[in-house]
Design a protein around this ligand. Structure first.
Ligand code: S3P
Length: 194
């Protein structure tokens, strides 16, 4: 019943074709799922990290190293402001976008926000060996992942829906997102008899 009320509220709140917004921890598949989903649903695709890198002509890791996380978060909020004005997009975001409440509010203005989740073990398997994520370049990446996931849990909980990707194929994750998205946004024909 609660769910039905939420869905009705969501439907009413969109004036134009809404976006699918993907948030979630590093390595939960926001980019790979987002790109595939946009192709499948014939929506456009954008990634806030790419917007930041393109606009600043710098790599995320260089921004962290040279200017620090605060500057990165400011650039991230600017990118969120811009992408929130789009419609009919799949929008992937950086893993820390949820840390600023304003970002989530903006992304929800014209989007349904899905949080992709995964166990710390699976995240470690997917990204533990990679070197381009500044926040995971620590002596014990597994421990860092566990701590950050616990610290961020309440921020990720702001998403409209959470989709667990652990052990799931892209197809399964995409089906879950698109079914939920269409239920939440496409007005149904009335079945009332006249
Ligand atoms: C971050 C995640 C990264 C990137 C930056 C910070 C985070 O994006 O925005 O390194 O705070 O979790 P991905 O989630 O795409 O790796």
């Amino acid at each position: 019943m609660e769910m039905l009320k939420e869905v009705k509220q969501l439907k009413r709140s969109f004036k134009r074709k809404p976006n699918i917004v993907l948030v979630g921890f590093m390595g939960t598949g926001k980019t790979s799922v987002g790109k595939r989903l946009s192709t499948q649903l014939r929506m456009r695709y954008i990634d806030t990290d790419n917007v930041i890198e393109r606009d600043s002509q710098r790599r995320i890791s260089d921004i962290f190293e040279e200017d620090g996380e605060d500057v990165f978060r400011r650039l991230e909020s600017e990118a969120v402001d811009r992408v929130s004005k789009l419609y009919n997009y799949v929008i992937s975001t950086g893993g820390g976008v949820v840390l600023r409440e304003d970002n989530v509010t903006r992304l929800k203005e014209n989007g349904v926000v899905f949080c992709l989740s995964a166990t710390p073990e699976e995240i470690y398997q997917r990204v533990g060996h990679q070197t381009h994520r500044p926040l995971l370049q620590t002596p014990d990446a597994m421990e860092t992942i566990r701590t950050m996931l616990a610290d961020r849990a309440r921020y990720y909980a702001q998403a409209d829906y959470t989709v667990d990707t652990t052990g799931k194929s892209f197809g399964e994750v995409m089906a879950k997102i698109s079914n939920t998205f269409f239920k939440a946004t496409v007005p149904r024909k009335s079945t009332k008899k006249r």
